[in-house]
Structure formats: C-alpha cells, structure tokens
Design a protein around this ligand. Structure first.
Ligand code: IVH
Length: 673
C-alpha cells in the first residue's frame, strides 16, 4: 500500500464505511444487492488495510467491527428507557372481537384503524441510538433491565450502526425481533452436524443461543436477521401514527416486515389472520401469531397500559406447532422401498389443530443423537404438511434409565436381514422380493417397461392383485389363472387374456433386464448391464462375494455389499428359484466370460486419443473384459496416455507402471479384439 497521511486515511475511511454500510443495507435489509461479493470484499479489504495502518482511527461503528470483538467475561446490565412489555393474547376470533369492542368503547369510536404485523418468533431486542449512533443493544430481560449484548448486536448486518439520516433524533430506542431464517437455519444446523456439534432444536433457540453467548466472533458467524416492529423511548421523534413510525424506521435503514398492513375494523383483522395462516408455511421465518396494534398514537395514549401489557395491542396466536407428549414405544416401520424408519408411537396430542399419534425419528443415528428412549417426554413438531417429528427430549422428566433403542437385526415385517449400507444413514430390509411391506413397490418395478416389460400390468392392477390376496411375490404373477382375473373389478375377459399373454411373453427375457427387475438396492439398468457383461450368466453372479463384485467395472464397495446381501437372503433365493421354475429364462451374454482376453486387467485413461473418444476406448476395453478406473494406483496394470496427459501420467511413471501411447493401445486392441 502506498504511504498515505492521516488526513487522507480519515477521509477514505469515512467514504469506505459509508459505501460498505450502503451495500450491507442493500444485501441484508432490502435483499437486493447491487455489487458482486468480490466487489464488496474488495471494499472491505481496503478498509481493513487502512485501519491496520491507523489503528487509532478504528471506530466502534466501523463495518470492520461486525466480525466481532473480543469475548466478554459476562454481560452487563442495560436498563430500558421505557419498559419492554409483553402482549395479551387472543386465542380465537371471539377473543379478538372482544379486544376490538373494548378499544372502540374506550375510544368512543365506531371503527378502529389497526396495523397488522406477523408476530415473529425470535429474540426481542432493544437498540438504543444516541445522535444517530448505535450505543446499546439489549435483550428484554425482566422488561425493565435487559442484558447488554451490544458487541453481539453489532455483528448483525441488518442492524444499522448509524441511522441513515443527517437529522437523527437525540435518542431513540428501536425495538424488534432477531430471527434466523429457515433456510439459514437449515444450513447452520448442517454445518454444526458436520462439525460434530449438537444441532439447534428450532430457529428461535438458535437465535437466542447465538446472541446470548459471550464471544461476539461466534455471534458474527450466525446468520441473524433483525426485523423492527416499533420504538420504545424516544427524544425528538415526531409521528402521528404507528404506520409512519414504521416508515421512518425503514428510511433509517431497518428491515420492516414486508407483510405489515393497515387494516380497518375487526373483520379486516380476521381476514388478515386467515391469510397469514395460509401463507405461514411459505414464509422463510417462523411466526407464532399476528399482532394487531391501534395505529393512532393519540388513541394509544388514551388506551394506556395494564400492569403487564398495552391495552392498544393484542397477539392473535396461531396454532402452536410444537407440543410435549410421551413416547409409548419406538417402532421400526418398513417403507415401500425397504428403508426402515424408527417411528415414535405417542400419547395422542394436539399440535397445530391436529391430533398427532406418531412422529418420525428419521433413522437410528437420529434416535441416538436426540437420545430418545421409550417412556420419554418429548417435544413434537408439526410444520405444514410434513410428517410430525420428535424435536427433542425433555430429559428432566425421564424416570429411571430406559435402554437405548436399537434397530432390529431382522425385518419386523418379513424377518429378512436388516442391513445398513456403508455411507448410508438408512437401514434397509434385504428381503426386497419377498417382504410384504415392499410387495406393491417391488411388483410394480418388476413389471415395468424397462424391467420385465409386462404389458397391461399397471400400478392400479398390481394394487388390486395384492389387495385381493392373489399375488404375494412376483412368482405368483406367473401362477395367475384366467378365472382369478375375471373376478377382479373392471377386468374384462379380453384384458385377462391379454395380461396372461403378456406374462407368458415376459418369461423370455435378457439377463440385464432380469437383474434390473429384481429391484436390488443400488442396482439400476447400467449396473445390471455391467454385471451381466462381466459374469455372463446368473449363477456365477449369485455366488459372487463382495470382493469378486468389486472387480466389476464401475461397481464400488457399497453396491457390491448390497448385491451380495441381496443374494445371500434365503427369502430372495426362494423367489428367484420360483421364477426360474415358472419358466423365466434368458440367454447367457456372449463374450462376457471370465476368460475374456483382458479379464482381471485394470486400465486408466488420460489425455486425448486421436482415433476415438475416451468413452469409446473405455467401452472397447470393457468389451474385452478389462476394468477401467479413474485414478492411478499400484493396482493399475496399464495407463493409456493420449495427447496432453494429466498428472495421472506422472503418477504412473512414479509407480513404474506400464504406459501405452495411442499406437501401443491400438496394438493391444488388435491383438485381442
Ligand atoms: S409489539 C408493547 N410486535 O412478542 C408491545 N411484538 O409477547 C411490544 N414480537 O417481546 C411488542 N413480533 O418480542 C410486537 N410485530 C411484533 C412482534 C412482537 C414479535 C414479540 C416481542 C415481544 C413479544 C410480546
């Protein structure tokens, strides 16, 4: 950096600070950034550079300070200019009408103008500005005195460190709610899980936890957003109504919720409420009610306060989405694809207007992470249309030491082996062909066009056949008789004939189709083809162990594990036997023998070839039984290097492997092809 004098530094700093805060506002308040992240970072770096050179010019309201100051020993006390009250609640429309009636009566008015605002579910803050500068940020505390969390508050980018005005009031307390938006919450929890930390139960706890910890540098990393909903004490602020206060706050650089609305009379309040109930799931933040506030400030003064709450406002609560209840049992539930989910059977409880009796625990890791045990008191949550879930355990209420829950080793529905594939969170039942829980899904897949291609056997018919008890496994399809079929609803004689003909035709199939039709987890069409090509026939594949399977091109350990366990399951063997006895057959795949010329050899391709694409080269090698992998290791037999080879060639040379150029590769193909 070129030398600059103090004065130049001072003036450039002022300019940079203003520009950075302008862009913060565009980004964090208006959701409408004007510059790229890179441009923003450049301004920020320049600011830091100058501040490093002139440390005494660093001010508390410099944007550089938003990354967080030194940790504190404890929070100090911060008295509020005027108390932060709470709100009275209305739990239904009648209670809201009653509130409106009282207001009208006291004001002697026929109709009252209100402002309707979503009631955000976060942490309440009081921000004190003196001569336009943020001096204190505090929690609500007991309503009169809060905790001084100024250092944490300064890290929230949607809170202006200075009011955007040349003519600020001498003093003003800005009030509002700090929240973590749902999308931010999900990524925050994902990061915590990755780092091996406990995830937060909900966005509210995350917001409160973030602001209540003593290291501002940690708070700075939490994606907090501040929405203002009014002012407390003020000196030098003129306004006739709440609506103009909100507009003033917006001009000063705050975020005012975009759904605030002026409403006239109680019916308009009720309509607003209904609308918000509808919108709730689509919002990116949690709300737990609607606040209705008398708009006129004179009217507010006339109405006054009770001991705990203003008479001019009320919170109309939305149905709660969380409730506590007890877990009677934790049961494994087998889904249509064989995935086994632990489900908590609950003492029935009302959540958001619906009786909830079951909640998902997702998978075994989740049960252990949340440490849910049978008999526990738990918090359950139902948001929108999603399945209710257990959020957390009320550990204080646990009695005794109930055992940890374990995933069963055998499928609770069919008794087949239960396996957790490496790298997967889910456990699965391995009895895919046999398990009643998977029956309908398995049969639909078996009959589908790219599998056994049984024309006329659609989803509806499969359901009918299973529900009537005519078909239990795919083998039963080949035992269907015309008499059974014509008994079914909507099954004419002609369609019965057609179906039987299609079933008969499907018996002559190909090995890849048959393999794909079995519905082995992780085995799609491409893998089925690779298996068929490699093994040539069914029996060697069925007998292959995991190590042998890994040798097949493109098959990794997880897929190999899944295939081996599928064929090891006696229930599946039985069904496969049944299919063969029913006459299902295929031809061995020609040319795919274990003694194929390049069987057991591993190749790596690098650089570009003149005569063919890499993909073509790969197919040629695979056709001769070779295995093509993506990275060079000691196990690689040949590296084929075209023009402009990459680092793979260096590595091959280091390992002393055989390297073929394009001409050498050509010769190899000619020799064996
Ligand atoms: S007005 C005297 N408006 O709800 C009136 N409060 O139970 C003070 N809250 O502590 C509150 N959104 O943290 C108001 N739009 C909103 C609100 C809101 C959330 C919280 C606030 C307060 C609590 C009152």
């Amino acid at each position: 950096m070129t030398e600059m004098n103090r004065e130049e530094a001072q003036s450039e700093l002022a300019d940079l600070r203003q520009r950075i805060e302008y862009h913060n506002h565009r980004y964090y308040v208006l959701d409408d950034p004007e510059v790229s992240d890179a441009d923003y970072d450049r301004l920020m770096r320049r600011l830091m550079e100058i501040e490093a050179q002139f440390p005494d010019l660093v001010t508390v309201d410099s944007p550089s300070q938003r990354v967080g100051a030194e940790p504190l020993e404890a929070f100090g006390e911060a008295p509020h200019g005027i108390p932060m009250l709470s709100l009275d609640n209305a739990f239904n429309a009648d209670e809201l009408r009653e509130f409106d009636r009282r207001c009208r009566e006291r004001l002697d008015a026929e109709v009252v103008d209100y402002v309707a605002e979503p009631k955000l579910d976060g942490l309440s803050l009081n921000l004190r500005y003196e001569a336009g500068k943020l001096v204190t940020g505090a929690t609500r505390g007991d309503g009169r005195v809060g905790e001084d969390i100024t250092a944490n508050v300064r890290t929230i980018r949607s809170i202006p460190l200075r009011l955007h005005t040349d003519d600020p009031p001498a003093m003003v307390e800005v009030r509002g709610e700090a929240v973590i938006r749902r999308t931010d919450f999900d990524s925050l929890n994902a990061r915590r899980l990755d780092a091996g930390e406990r995830p937060f139960a909900n966005p509210r706890n995350a917001a409160a936890g973030s602001l209540r910890q003593l290291d501002p540098r940690l708070a700075a990393q939490r994606p907090l957003t501040f929405f203002t909903f009014g002012v407390g004490d003020a000196d030098g602020l003129d306004a006739a109504d709440h609506w103009s206060v909100l507009e003033q706050l917006r001009r000063w650089g705050f975020r005012v919720n975009e759904l605030v609305k002026r409403v006239r009379g109680v019916q308009a309040c009720l309509d607003y409420y209904e609308q918000l109930v509808e919108q709730r799931d689509a919002l990116d933040y949690e709300i737990d009610g609607v606040v209705f506030k008398v708009n006129g400030l004179d009217q507010r003064r006339a109405l006054g306060f009770t001991a705990r709450a203003p008479r001019w406002a009320i919170a109309h609560k939305l149905p709660a989405r969380e409730a506590t209840t007890t877990v009677a049992r934790i049961e494994p539930s087998v889904g249509r694809t064989g995935v086994i989910t632990p489900v908590a059977n609950l003492e029935p409880v009302q959540v958001g207007g619906v009786t909830v009796t079951h909640a998902t625990l997702h998978n075994e890791d989740e049960v252990h992470r949340k440490d849910v045990r049978e008999g526990d008191t738990v918090m359950v949550r139902r948001a929108g249309d999603v399945i209710p879930e257990v959020v957390s355990v009320v550990t204080e209420k646990r009695s005794g030491d109930p055992p940890q829950w374990r995933m069963p080793e055998a499928c609770p529905v069919c008794g087949s082996e239960v396996l957790r594939l490496d790298e997967e969170a889910a456990h699965r039942c391995m009895g895919g062909l046999y398990c009643p829980a998977q029956r309908i899904g398995a049969i639909i897949h078996f009959a589908s066009r790219r599998a056994m291609d049984i024309e006329g056997l659609g989803d509806k018919l499969v359901e009918q056949l299973v529900n009537e008890g005519l078909v239990k496994t795919v083998v039963d399809l080949y035992r269907l008789r015309k008499d059974d079929l014509v008994e079914l609803e909507r099954m004419a004689e002609k369609s019965a004939d057609n179906l039987l003909r299609a079933l008969e035709a499907s018996k002559s199939t190909t090995l890849p189709r048959f393999l794909y039709a079995l519905g082995i987890s992780q085995v799609g069409e491409v893998t089925a083809q690779a298996l068929a090509r490699h093994f040539g026939d069914f029996d060697p594949l069925m007998e292959a162990d995991e190590e042998t399977l890994i040798e097949v091109p493109d098959i990794g350990p997880v897929v190999a594990q899944s295939i081996a366990h599928f064929f090891a399951e006696p229930h599946n063997q039985e069904v496969i036997d049944g299919l063969r006895r029913a006459g299902v057959q295929w031809e061995a795949v020609a040319g795919a023998r274990k003694d194929a010329p390049l069987a057991g050899r591993t190749f790596v391709l690098t650089g570009s070839l003149e005569e063919m694409t890499r993909e073509e080269a790969k197919e040629r090698l695979q056709a001769l039984g070779g295995k093509v992998t993506g990275s060079v290791s000691k196990k690689t037999d040949y590296v084929i290097a075209g023009a402009d080879p990459g680092s793979k060639l260096d590595k091959a040379e280091r390992l002393g492997l055989t390297v073929l150029d394009e001409a050498g590769f050509r010769r190899l193909l000619d020799e064996h092809g």
